[in-house]
Write a protein that binds this ligand. Structure first.
Ligand SMILES: [Mg+2]
Length: 157
């Protein structure tokens, strides 16, 4: 049983001595494209190089994944699986912008955030227990915040 002082400090809300969240966006490039162009929502979007050249799939939306399309696959193979797939040329500047915006949001939850890739980061949650009721709720708050914050559309660089 925790003593009163320990409970007041927030320790005991989690059974862990240390708590680090790993956040990873789903189908990041494709999700950013759909966010920026809502008419693509629900379509089998594949983010790739110029549609006129041979390239590989950098990201596939969930509707595209239902056809078996995966990242790293050639676009030729992707179109064989789904002839009506919607090719979208990747926009690295836009992905960097959204990635930096996500990092800014994570820093609202913790002062220690470590980017791991363009769509992944680690968030040190140890010591932030006083701001949330339980770690699952903290995770839900981060997820909700990043989903709602994904709506504003930045200018395409
Ligand atoms: Mg990811």
């Amino acid at each position: 049983m925790l003593d009163r002082r320990t409970r007041r400090a927030g320790v005991g809300k989690t059974p862990y001595e240390r708590l680090v969240f790993h956040v990873d966006m789903d189908a990041f490039f494709a999700s950013v494209e759909v966010m920026c162009r809502p008419k693509l929502r629900g379509l089998p979007v594949i983010v790739c190089g110029k549609p006129t050249t041979r390239s590989v799939v950098a990201a596939a939306s969930y509707p595209a994944r239902k056809y078996g399309i995966r990242s790293g696959m050639s676009t030729v193979e992707a179109f064989n699986l789904c002839p009506h797939a919607v090719p979208v040329e990747g926009n690295p500047g836009q992905y960097i912008y959204v990635s930096l915006e996500l990092l800014r949001i994570y820093k609202e939850f913790s002062t220690i955030v470590e980017p791991y890739s363009i769509d992944e980061a680690f968030i040190e949650m140890t010591g932030t227990e006083w701001t949330w009721d339980n770690c699952e709720e903290a995770g839900r708050q981060i997820k909700a915040r990043t989903c709602t914050s994904a709506s504003p559309i930045s200018p395409r660089p």
